[in-house]
Design a protein around this ligand. Structure first.
Ligand code: SAH
Length: 227
């Protein structure tokens, strides 16, 4: 019943990687979520376990073959598996906190990591892969993008973050960026903590934080205010 992640990749040895430490790693060790990284190359063709070929129509680079990737998916994901099947891709829908929440509330995710120029279009259609992007820049492979998707999901699983409440006040949860944080010392290099935060007046603190959220969002991400 715990959140289960299956990664299809040419580099399974990259996992759990950074997901094996801190919050996500502790939760993994406690069985709050599970992770399996499967090698697409196990389904490669011939003696060299070939997974890619040159692009039809010409052009640079190599493309992951549809038959090989489909075999990897079919061998590791049952037909009635309820988990969404994602393909990390710069062409995908940008990942948002609300989509992350949906993933985290479900049974888990299957993530296909591309490499080279990407994957043959036909397997995306035939296996119903949902293309997801982590931002408008190009990585050399989908693995680090997959880790980002997983990290954002895992921290929302029940019992992973210390305080259940943390999470709901954060950036993006209300289409606002978060207010500034301070902690001791009270004054540092001539910079004091804003008085209001030391006032003990919770209504005033609440108001100040809301105003700061608005101000920072207006300055940095006015697009969020229109959502
Ligand atoms: N030729 C492709 C880029 C391929 S990059 C294009 O121009 O769109 C190689 C792989 O890295 C991709 O298949 C994808 O799995 C991953 N990748 C690269 N950038 C990404 C991004 N912004 N978000 C998610 N995955 C990305």
């Amino acid at each position: 019943m715990s959140f289960s992640a299956t990664i299809l990749t040419l580099y399974p040895e990259m996992f759990p990687g950074p997901l094996g430490i801190s919050l996500a790693g502790d939760a993994l060790a406690r069985g709050v979520w599970s992770l399996e990284a499967k090698n697409i190359r196990d389904h490669g063709l011939g003696r060299h376990r070939t997974v890619d070929d040159t692009p039809a129509g010409g052009g640079p680079g190599m493309v992951i073959r549809c038959d090989v990737l489909a075999a990897a998916i079919d061998a590791n994901v049952a037909q009635d598996d309820p988990r969404p099947k994602l393909l990390m891709s710069p062409r995908g829908k940008p990942l948002t906190q609300s989509r992350v929440r949906e993933f985290a509330a479900g049974p888990g995710i299957v993530i296909v990591c591309g490499r080279f120029e990407g994957v043959d279009e036909r397997v995306i259609e035939a296996r119903g892969l949902e293309e997801v992007s982590i931002g408008d820049y190009v990585l050399s492979g989908g693995e680090m993008a997959a880790m980002i998707v997983l990290d954002s999901c895992v921290r929302l699983l029940p019992g992973v973050m210390g305080k259940e409440a943390s999470g709901t006040e954060e950036s993006f949860e209300t289409n606002r960026l978060e207010y500034p944080h301070y902690t001791r010392p009270r004054e540092w290099e001539g910079r004091p903590i804003p008085d209001v935060l030391l006032s003990g007046n919770h209504a005033m603190i609440e108001r100040w934080r809301r105003a700061e959220s608005e101000r920072i969002t207006r300055e940095r991400r006015p697009d969020l205010l229109e959502r």
